[in-house]
Structure formats: structure tokens, C-alpha cells
Ligand binder design. Structure first.
Ligand code: SF4
Ligand code: SF4
Length: 379
């Protein structure tokens, strides 16, 4: 398999079935064909990004045409695909219906299920975290095909192949992890990397046809990238994408985690496909992350209060749904009268969950002192 690239990158202009099918076949062929990853009779978890109950055009979730096209090829290889994810807050049936997954499942006569029933994940050697629970369905699947969406992420900079597998953690337990990990993005990246290495998906195919930039993963702007990408190693895919998007690798918590742990994949420059070798996307709006750990840890509170960005509600845009307060892992938000939310900044761990979950983009982040200084210096 020496001729197979570590990361396959193919242009794909749209979700139109003929175009997508032809491009996906070219991508799969470059990776050795679907038969390399799926054997007859195997139960194959297709794990899209189903963050919330949103229409495909909002580019928050993996497009149903990508999931459909991959499912058809798994079926053709003799596999038994099922679509599953664990949305953070919205009910699963509403998510499945609005994102188009239920319709795909109906048409192909396959199941579309919630990832529930948490069980311990056997952790890969060298994991930082020794006990992580994910859905039994992810642990017991014969194969996982990981189907992330290309999006920026206000807390972690990008959400691609590795972070998509954090979605196998069942529902509110994701929020518990936010609280456990607290302020440290690099530790959170360690957790994401541990889960991805332990689940070891057979293949990651990323929907980068229409992605999101800016304040992702839920409130950024759709952007046409026209890209389908794949790798057997989601970390290699993410690091290659980070460069392709013009983002600073050193600022990417996932890269820092992998580098610190000597887990950087070899040959991530060995790409195949039809992008020119020196291609990068222009002027992608990548969130800038402020460091929350410039001071010694016992001064975290001061750093948090005076230096870091903080969530701010825009009451005029709020519809009072209460999702943010229900999800807040630190219990830092209290709904008051007239859609006003009281935020306790001492408790707040700057996890960005409230911004992520808000359906009305009614929560912004005021820029922290450090980012404002960097802005002033033009960096
Ligand atoms: S207020 Fe928002 S950023 Fe702060 S802990 Fe709660 S959900 Fe996270
Ligand atoms: S800020 Fe957003 S998530 Fe929170 S109550 Fe208002 S609309 Fe709902």
C-alpha cells in the first residue's frame, strides 16, 4: 500500500449526486477502495457531525448527501452501515429529521440511531486519560467510518476528524468533560486525541464541500471550500487541513498535544488528489484563541477575570429557550426575567458551550485583554 497517500484531497464542487459520487469514488480509489476498509457482513458505524437540529444549508452538520453516498458504497462492499451520533442537547429524533439523516436512513433501509448506553472505552496505549466512557454502539461496531464537517471552532480553533469522535461521548457527559478539563485547551485536545486513537476509525472522510468559518461550530458563516478529504488517520487529516486553511499549526491545541506526546504522524505531506501541492485557502476566518494559562495556575482566577475573553449575552437576540443555562457545565448561567441571563464569571470555565448551543447567536465573547493588545499591535 506504499502508493496510497496519507491524506487524500479532492475538489468537489457541489452535493449534486453525480458530481459527489464521481468525486467520492476518485477519493476512495486513491485510498485503496472501500473494500480495503469494509468487509462483507461487518457492522459499520457512520459517524457524522450532528451537533444540533439544523438544516443542512446552515453547514453545522455533515451534509446528508455525503452520508448517503458513503453508506451506498459501504452497502456495495457488503457492509451493514448504520448512522449514529449523540447530539449535545437537542433531542435525537429532531436532529435526525432536520439534518436529513432520517430521510437517508429511510431511503437506504438502514438505521439511524442515537449513540447512547455509555461503556468504558478500551484506551489506546499512551493515553493520558485512563477512563473515558463512550457509547456502546461505537465500541462494539466492527468498523467506524468517521464523517466530520469542516468547521472552525471558537474554543479549539478547528473541529475536523479528531474532534468529531468526541461526539461518541454520550450527551451531557460531554459537558462534564468540559468541566473536568476546565480551562486547559491542551488537556482537552489530549482527551480528543485519546478518544480518536482508542476508537481508531478505519477511515475518516471529511465533508468540506460547504464548511463553516468564523465562530464555529454553531454560529460561524457558511463558506464554500469545495473539498472532500480522507485519511485512515484523523490526526494526519486534521494537521494537513490546518495548514491548508492557512491556520498556524503551533496555535492549534491538537497539534501541540500531538507534538508534546510524540504522536505527530509521519509523512502528512504525502497527499494525493487533485489539489496543487502548494494550494491553500485564502483568508479563512480562523478564531484566535487567547491563552488562559499565562499566569501560574494558582492565579488562574485573576488571569480568567482580567485577561481572557468572556461570554456576553445579547438579550435583544435571545428567545429565552434556556438551552445555554441547561448545558453550562459549570452552572455559571441563571435565566432571569425578560430573557436576561446572569453569568457568574468566577464559575465560568470559558468552554464556549453556551455560544455553541445557542440557536439565535445571542451569546458573543468579549475579547480578552491579551487579544485586544495583540489586535492593537496588529498581530
Ligand atoms: S458560561 Fe458559557 S463559557 Fe462559561 S462555563 Fe458556562 S457554558 Fe462555558
Ligand atoms: S442566549 Fe441563546 S441559548 Fe441562551 S436562552 Fe437565549 S436564545 Fe437560548
Amino acid at each position: 500500500m506504499s502508493g496510497i497517500p496519507v491524506v487524500g484531497l479532492f475538489r468537489c464542487a457541489s452535493y449534486e449526486r453525480n458530481i459527489l459520487g464521481e468525486r467520492l469514488d476518485a477519493l476512495l480509489e486513491s485510498m485503496g477502495g472501500m473494500d480495503r476498509f469494509v468487509h462483507p457482513g461487518e457492522r459499520v458505524l457512520l459517524k457524522p457531525n450532528l451537533l444540533s437540529a439544523s438544516l443542512p444549508g446552515r453547514c453545522i452538520t455533515t451534509h446528508p448527501e455525503v452520508v448517503r453516498a458513503v453508506a451506498l458504497r459501504v452497502l456495495a462492499a457488503g457492509g451493514r452501515p448504520f448512522i449514529a451520533d449523540s447530539p449535545g442537547l437537542d433531542g435525537f429524533s429532531g436532529v435526525a429529521s432536520k439534518t436529513g439523516m432520517a430521510e437517508v436512513a429511510r431511503e437506504l433501509n438502514i438505521s439511524c440511531e442515537e449513540l447512547d448506553d455509555p461503556v468504558p472505552l478500551p484506551m489506546a496505549e499512551g493515553s493520558v486519560f485512563q477512563r473515558v466512557e463512550v457509547s456502546r454502539k461505537a465500541v462494539e461496531a466492527d468498523r467506524i467510518i468517521n464523517l466530520p464537517k469542516l468547521k472552525t471552532h471558537a474554543q479549539m480553533m478547528l473541529t475536523l476528524g479528531v474532534k468529531n469522535l468526541f461526539g461518541t461521548v454520550v450527551r451531557q457527559r460531554k459537558a462534564s468533560w468540559h468541566y473536568t478539563v476546565g480551562l486547559d485547551r491542551d488537556v482537552f485536545a489530549d482527551l480528543h486525541l485519546d478518544i480518536a486513537r482508542s476508537l481508531a476509525p478505519s477511515l475518516t472522510i471529511m465533508d468540506g464541500i460547504e464548511g463553516m468559518e468564523g465562530r464555529g461550530p454553531g454560529n460561524g458563516h457558511p463558506r464554500h471550500f469545495g473539498l472532500l478529504a480522507a485519511s485512515t488517520d484523523p490526526l494526519a487529516l486534521d494537521l494537513r487541513l490546518c495548514s491548508l486553511l492557512g491556520a498556524d499549526l503551533q496555535a492549534f491545541p491538537l497539534y501541540r498535544s500531538a507534538a508534546r506526546r510524540n504522536l505527530l504522524p509521519e509523512n502528512i505531506g504525502k497527499t494525493g488528489g487533485d489539489l496543487p501541492p502548494d494550494f491553500t485557502f485564502e483568508k479563512v476566518d480562523i478564531p484566535r484563541l487567547d491563552s488562559l494559562h499565562l499566569l501560574p495556575s494558582f492565579l488562574d482566577g485573576i488571569g480568567k477575570r482580567f485577561l481572557s475573553s468572556r461570554p456576553v449575552q445579547r438579550p435583544g437576540d435571545c428567545i429565552g429557550c434556556g438551552k445555554c443555562a441547561r448545558l453550562c457545565p459549570a452552572g455559571a448561567m441563571v435565566m432571569k426575567k425578560n430573557n436576561f441571563i446572569d453569568i457568574d464569571y468566577e464559575k465560568c470555565i470559558r468552554c464556549y458551550c453556551c455560544q455553541e448551543v445557542c440557536p439565535e447567536d445571542a451569546i458573543g465573547f468579549s475579547r480578552g485583554f491579551l487579544l485586544r493588545v495583540l489586535d492593537f499591535l496588529g498581530r
